[in-house]
Design a protein around this ligand. Structure first.
Ligand SMILES: [Zn+2]
Ligand SMILES: [Zn+2]
Length: 227
């Protein structure tokens, strides 16, 4: 089974398009990016209706901002963990605390900007629990797993091909951090480490973060050994 992956930045967050037998999207980026996504689909010769699922790794506004627009465009189903369902359905914008020194400063700056952010809500079709969820019925060989730490409802997608889509369980690059590693915001560092362990032990080879470029899973394994 061939796995085709396209990174589509929507604002400062990535949306990933994954095509195997079926087509799904992971995360919906900043608000107002529906048209940009439509253009990218066109360039890839993918009909909007071919997108079966939008999986939200978590419910922060910078990852579900265009969920409403994308749902309208593609008529796909939307999946998110039950703890964060309300955020995307009601356009809520909770912010996790900074867990790195830069995260604390950056978080304070963002707090001034976030009140001006608005996004159109999306109804949730698949409410994920804190346990594995197979994507086989969407034509994707992989499962969604609970990986808390950045937020308590954060989920990651582990493909059988060794590609792991981890949302903000790890981040890579500016303006969030330098190089791959811990997110600058989060609820619980020890949960984050446990989530890394789960991802690494699942046999993931490549990490696809919601912020920044993909990197080798070995980076996380090394950071875990050093901790
Ligand atoms: Zn987040
Ligand atoms: Zn984010």
């Amino acid at each position: 089974m061939k796995t085709e992956i396209h990174r589509i930045p929507l604002g400062l967050s990535n949306c990933y398009l994954i095509r195997e037998e079926g087509v799904i999207l992971v995360d919906a980026g900043f608000p107002g990016k529906g048209e940009h996504l439509q253009k990218r689909l066109q360039e890839l010769s993918i009909a909007p209706r071919d997108v079966g699922l939008l999986l939200a790794t978590h419910g922060h506004w910078d990852h579900v901002g265009s969920a409403g627009e994308i749902k309208e465009l593609t008529e796909c189903e939307v999946a998110i963990n039950r703890r964060e369902k309300d955020w995307v359905e009601h356009g809520l914008k909770p912010m996790p605390p900074g867990i790195t020194p830069w995260g604390k400063i950056f978080g304070a700056l963002l707090k001034m900007y976030v009140p001006f952010v608005n996004f159109s809500p999306a109804s949730v079709d698949v409410v994920l629990e804190d346990r594995d969820y197979s994507l086989e019925s969407y034509g994707i060989q992989g499962r969604v797993v609970h990986t808390p730490g950045h937020s308590s409802g954060s989920m990651s997608l582990l493909l059988e091909s060794g590609h792991a889509f981890v949302g903000c369980v790890a981040m890579n690059g500016l303006p969030f951090r330098i190089g791959p590693g811990m997110p600058c915001f989060g609820d619980d560092i020890s949960d984050l480490r446990e989530s890394w362990r789960l991802i690494v032990e699942s046999g993931a080879k490549w990490i696809y973060p919601a912020h920044g470029k993909p990197f080798e899973a070995e980076v996380l394994a090394e950071l875990l050994r050093a901790a």
